[in-house]
Design a protein around this ligand. Structure first.
Ligand SMILES: [Zn+2]
Length: 241
């Protein structure tokens, strides 16, 4: 389960081609201010063994996979991509609708948060963030996001999230955790409500980034810049609704 070590958008972590020796530019969505989160990082690409491990966790709730994937998030926390001064005080999983969670028996994002924190404790890291599972709620079930564009996904999740006990968020930096990010519409919708509850900052960790054109688009001479908003159909089921 290899990390993505290629160039990426400094805003949302989307893998992007960059000329040798040059820093990558921000992607289309970040340049146009589409996201309500401050920045997002993913451990790797949604492909191969990493995708298989996420599917095991998601559909079978395998604790062993949760532990392995949580350890990958801990390595992201420790990576140079996340400055020590930039590390949030609170960790919040992207919630499932309660009916969905009852049906599945667990929320994989919460398993990831717990495993991530266990891995940090095991490595004896200082100043661990605190898990908050009750303050972000999914208020309504939403249709599957498969095949939807960013705009459609955003419409789909509009009003889907709400905050309870918002005083626990006021003025604090929040780390939002999910298994996969595709267009970022779900993470952005969550970040929007957290910020309306006066969270100071919202940053996002996902285990994997799914995009239809990466890594195939990387390094393609003269190819179009990778955009999460392109007309290419998106892979299945990534925004987890
Ligand atoms: Zn971006």
């Amino acid at each position: 389960m290899a990390p993505w070590e290629g160039s990426a958008c400094p805003g949302c972590g989307l893998p992007l081609p960059a000329a040798a020796g040059e820093a990558p530019t921000r992607c289309f969505a970040c340049r146009h201010g589409h996201y309500d989160f401050d920045w997002a990082r993913s451990y790797g690409l949604y492909a191969g063994p990493l995708r298989a491990a996420i599917l095991q966790l998601k559909f079978h709730g395998r604790e062993s996979w949760g532990r392995r994937l949580g350890a990958l998030l801990a390595s992201l926390w420790d990576s140079p991509a996340v400055a020590e001064s930039d590390r949030p005080a609170i960790v919040v999983p992207v919630p499932l609708h309660p009916a969905r969670e009852r049906e599945r028996g667990f929320n994989q994002a919460e398993i990831l948060c717990r495993s991530f924190l266990a891995a940090l404790r095991c490595a004896q890291r200082q100043h661990l963030p605190q898990l908050e599972t009750g303050c972000l709620r999914r208020l309504r079930a939403t249709q599957t996001q498969s095949g939807l564009s960013f705009e459609k996904r955003l419409e789909n999740v509009r009003g889907a999230f709400g905050v309870e006990a918002g005083d626990r968020l006021r003025g604090r930096a929040v780390l939002l955790v999910d298994d996969v990010m595709t267009t970022g519409a779900t993470a952005s919708a969550c970040a929007g409500v957290l910020k309306r509850a006066q969270a100071a900052r919202v940053v996002v960790f996902t285990v994997a980034r799914a995009t239809p054109q990466v890594p195939a688009g990387l390094g393609a001479a003269g190819g179009d810049p990778v955009s999460p908003h392109g007309p290419v159909p998106l892979p299945d089921g990534q925004d987890r609704v």
